[in-house]
Design a protein around this ligand. Structure first.
Ligand code: FES
Ligand code: FES
Length: 214
C-alpha cells in the first residue's frame, strides 16, 4: 500500500476537496480513490475465472490467510468472506463514504480498494474500534450523545472517517472537519450532529491517544 497516494497526507495542501477528487477520479480514469488511500478499480474486463491470489491481512487485530480473486474489492471480502458487515455498500463507486475503513491507519474507501492490495496490511473496520471490554470508542459515544445519525446506514463510515480526521490533525476547526468529512454523505442530513460529535470527541481522543494538535 506504500505506493498509493492519499489526499490526507500530512502537510499536503488540498487542491480539490475530497468529494470532488473522488468523483472526478472514479468517473474519468477508473482509478480507485479512497477517502484517503487509493487502489485500482476492479477491472470489469478481467477474466472472472482468473486464479486466486494468496493474501495475508490482519483485520481488527486478527490475522487471516485468504485466497482472493484478484479483482475482489476489500468491501466485498470484508462483508461476504469475513462476515464483517459494518462497512456498508452505498454507491460502490467511491462517492458516498459508507464503506470507509482504515488500512494501516489510513482512511480508505473499501469499495475501491482491491483486497489483494492489502496483503501485509492491518485493516480496521467499525467492528474493531471499541475497547476489548466492549466500551464504545469515544467517537461512537459522542455520535450517540449528539444524535449524529437517523437511519444509521452511513454511520460506520462516518465514524471511521471521523476517527481518522482527529488522528490526522484535521479537527481543529469546524471548517477543517467539514472539509475532511466532505466525502462521507448522509442522506438523512445528520451533519450538524456529526460535526458536534467530532468537535467534542477530538479533545478526548487527543488525551487518550496523544494525537497531534493535542
Ligand atoms: S464510497 Fe464505497 S460504497 Fe460509496
Ligand atoms: S444517518 Fe441515514 S444516511 Fe446518514
Amino acid at each position: 500500500m506504500n505506493d498509493t497516494p492519499t489526499l490526507r497526507a500530512a502537510g499536503r495542501a488540498p487542491v480539490l476537496n475530497r468529494r470532488t477528487f473522488m468523483m472526478t477520479t472514479a468517473a474519468s480514469a477508473g482509478v480507485a480513490a479512497g477517502c484517503g488511500a487509493a487502489a485500482a478499480t476492479p477491472d470489469a474486463s478481467a477474466n472472472p475465472h482468473a486464479g486466486s491470489q494468496a493474501t495475508r491481512v490482519t483485520v481488527n487485530g486478527r490475522p487471516y490467510e485468504l485466497a482472493l480473486e484478484p479483482r475482489a474489492s476489500l468491501l466485498d471480502v470484508l462483508r461476504e468472506q469475513l462476515g464483517l458487515t459494518g462497512a456498508k455498500k452505498g454507491c460502490d463507486h467511491g462517492q458516498c463514504g459508507a464503506c470507509t475503513v482504515h488500512v494501516d491507519g489510513r482512511c480508505v474507501a473499501s469499495c475501491l480498494t482491491l483486497a489483494v492490495k492489502t496483503d501485509g496490511c492491518a485493516v480496521t473496520t467499525i467492528e474493531g474500534v471499541e475497547s476489548p471490554h466492549g466500551t464504545l470508542h469515544p467517537m461512537q459515544q459522542f455520535f450517540v450523545d449528539h444524535d449524529a445519525l437517523q437511519c444509521g446506514y452511513c454511520t460506520p463510515g462516518q465514524v471511521m472517517a471521523a476517527i481518522a480526521c482527529v488522528r490526522e490533525g484535521h479537527a481543529t476547526t469546524d471548517a477543517q472537519i467539514r472539509e475532511y468529512m466532505s466525502g462521507n454523505i448522509c442522506r438523512c442530513g445528520a451533519y450538524a450532529g456529526i460535526l458536534e460529535a467530532i468537535r467534542e470527541a477530538a479533545p478526548q481522543m487527543r488525551r487518550l491517544e496523544g494525537t497531534r494538535n493535542a
